[in-house]
Design a protein. Structure first.
Length: 276
């Protein structure tokens, strides 16, 4: 997995695109099932996430959105009793193959969590730590400035880099966590409800930041806020639960189509507030 030549990028056509735009696959799941013990949390998911696009995962609580998101970088491995059947293809390689290093997967596919979780370190060390652990040998000062700049935080903290990350506001802490992720140089950034703990002003700033980041990164975001999904994403996957409470993807497509011309009644009922 550490050999970058092992990955070959695949070009596919997005069937949901009315203009038949050719897009590049960043991550693709095939017959993906995720279990916690005997409980199946995610059921038979076939989904493609496209390069340099923002994909939103929406659906009611408990439908498997976060579980699906965490399957993209093997974070579920850290949950006792969790197991995965099926494939998650990244550069045409199944990240669940026995010879794949999950730590390397998580370096390339970073994650930002629901609540800001800065380390008990300075602002500078919060950004630099992950890169140093991963063996970065370049100019760390420049790396910290670059990451904080991409996270739209540099101008606010450049004169207090030695202060604790905890000294920042909630919105700033979340942008610090995004900078920390960026500093490791991932290709994909996963975001699990990154604004749910923030006020509306900070939420808008994060949404604007996400739009800026998609020029360099592929982004997948879980959100309960349908307005946010409509505003911030290019593609949307709607998940719902079956009678066995296993989550499945009901519909996937361009966000504008999902919200204005859904193909499935289940999707329309959720979008219009009839359930969920």
């Amino acid at each position: 997995m550490s050999d970058k030549q092992a990955f070959v990028r695949t070009t596919v056509s997005a069937s949901a695109s009315p203009d038949e735009q050719t897009l590049t696959s960043a991550v693709e799941t095939r017959s993906l099932n995720v279990f916690y013990g005997s409980f199946r949390a995610v059921k038979d998911v076939d989904l493609t996430v496209y390069d340099n696009e923002i994909t939103a995962l929406i659906g009611s609580s408990g439908c498997g959105k976060s579980t699906l998101l965490r399957s993209f970088n093997r974070m579920n491995d850290l949950v006792a009793g969790a197991r995965v059947d099926g494939e998650v293809l990244y550069h045409d390689r199944n990240i669940y193959d026995s010879d794949v290093d999950p730590v390397e997967v998580r370096r390339r596919i970073g994650m930002v969590f629901q609540k800001p979780n800065p380390f008990p370190k300075s602002i500078y060390d919060n950004v630099a730590w992950g890169a140093k652990v991963n063996g970065y040998r370049g100019n760390v000062d420049a790396l910290v400035e670059e990451a904080l700049g991409q996270a739209a935080l540099w101008d606010e903290v450049k004169d207090k880099l030695d202060q604790s990350g905890y000294s920042l506001s909630g919105g700033q802490q979340q942008r610090l966590c995004i900078a920390r992720t960026i500093a490791v140089k991932p290709e994909i950034i996963l975001m699990d409800e990154p604004t749910s703990a923030l006020d509306p002003v900070a939420t808008l700033r994060i949404e604007e930041l996400i739009q800026e980041l998609k020029t360099k990164y592929t982004i997948v975001i879980v959100t309960h806020n349908m307005q946010q999904a409509a505003r911030a994403s290019d593609f949307t996957a709607f998940l719902n639960m079956d009678e066995d409470r296993a989550g499945r993807v009901v519909e996937f497509g361009k966000t504008g189509d999902i919200f204005t011309r859904p193909e499935h009644e289940e999707t329309e009922n959720y979008i219009t507030g009839r359930f969920g």
